[in-house]
Design a protein around this ligand. Sequence first.
Ligand SMILES: [Cu+2]
Length: 130
Amino acid sequence: MTPTEATVLAASAAAIAWIHWYFFVAGRRPARVATAGTGAQEVTVRVDGGYSPAAIEVEAGRPVRLAFERADTSGCSEEVVLPDFGIRRFLPTGTRTTVEFTPGKAGTYEFTCGMGMLRGRLVVAPRGEV
Ligand SMILES: [Cu+2]
């Protein structure tokens, strides 16, 4: 292995490690949905090369309304999928697209782009614990 190859390899390894850290570890505190009572829990999720917030905490047994505001034009983010709730929705750029569902059980559910590259998490807390 030449020094150049070794450098490229080391840089690649560092890039991969950073990507994993960025997507799976950093800033993973869920955004809490501050709504009380029995109404829908509404959250706006900005879609711009990723989901912001990427982690959302809601309460089980109440409707959740996620409003996706897509700002980018990447083909990657044009669809959002919530496999656990049977939702797959096209997100036109520059608009707000709302999906609504009711998580019946506490747990952590993923939402992703159509290809599973962009990832977000819905953390569903047991009723009364949010
Ligand atoms: Cu994608």
